[in-house]
Design a binder for this molecule. Sequence first.
Ligand code: COA
Length: 382
Amino acid sequence: MNDINIGLEGVVVGRTAISRVDGSRGRLGYRGHDITELMGRPFVQVAWLLLFGDLPSPRQEQQLAHFLLAHRHLNEHEQALLAALPLAIHPMLVLQSMVPVLDLSLKADLTPPVGGDDALHGLIIAARLPSLVAAWFNRQADKPWPLRCNSLDPNRAFLKSLSGREPNTLAVDVFSKTQILQMEHSYNAGTFAGRVALSTRAPIQSSIAASIGTLSGSLHGGADQAALEFAAAVGEPTAAENAVQKVLLEGGRIMGMGHREYSTVDPRATLLKPLARSLCAGDTDSQRLLQTLEAVEAASIKALQGRQKNLRANVEFYKGAVFHALGLPSHYFTAVFAMARVYGYVAHAIEFRPQARLIRPRAEYCAVEDSLGDDRARLGKL
Ligand code: COA
């Protein structure tokens, strides 16, 4: 199987005008705008740009903000479905279960320049995800839910629905920038899974559910939870070097390090680090966690360089420090990531649907022992 590219590294499977990942220069842009510039803009403005290709007029931006607000709250059936789920379920599994059964009826007007029902239904799902996450968060914490917030800014509303308190300006600003940084990333695994679903003519809610399920894995979005939990277990910056060595000696990976596309730096990680610093500054616990993350990054770079691997922190690495400082438990990180990335999924549905062709690759038939790959060696040892 060695001659078959199972991970599709470097294989070009389509074209997109939504985002450009320039892996060798460590740059990322949405619709021709560098993310460094975009993260200073309002979240809803960037969402429109991503979905429809141009920055919105003030009227379009207002219309989208009102549309998202009108579709934000869970209806009684959705609340009953959530209440029927076992309490221990991971938030990502809750999102993956709930997205296909959301009520997609229209409650406000929006004239999407392109995309028709995919745009409208996708945006209704995008509007509802923060409410699902906040409701689950409050249910697991045994707090009253759903908490309603009618702010036109979806990020402010989300933060308020977690705590019931008005979030401060710095928290909203850093959270909004973090969410903009992770809205879209070309043909990442989650987006690609969604495209496969769309290629069969499945509805957008099935495509987004497939994307969310794929995002949850620890080699993809789930690395945010794993990276922060590793740093929390390490505990102190001085313990980082030994902890990193131990993982590598045991053949493990340092979560939040390395990227398939970026051979230099992940620009999102570079931008997130100062954001995390600004938010953690006022809190001793968050500061120690951030310093431990910085020590883990430095120890990982050094240890991996010793193994001739030039790996740097990716977007998942410092995001955890931001989310932790905002009061989110680590098992909610990936679900909050999904709240932003869903706009990318919808943009890809709008772009891909008109040109979709069934994605159906081919496998080479082989003997059972040849299909086992690396497991063959392990099974041979049993
Ligand atoms: N820690 C330790 N070693 C790592 C590593 C990490 N985070 N990432 C890659 N490597 C090593 C692999 O063990 C492999 O070593 P080998 O050649 O000696 O077998 C080599 O680097 C190449 O790894 P590979 O998995 O083939 O590269 P990839 O392009 O498929 O990896 C990732 C991309 C993201 C899957 C990988 O870097 C990774 O697992 N990172 C941790 C998970 C993560 O942060 N995911 C979020 C990405 S945004």
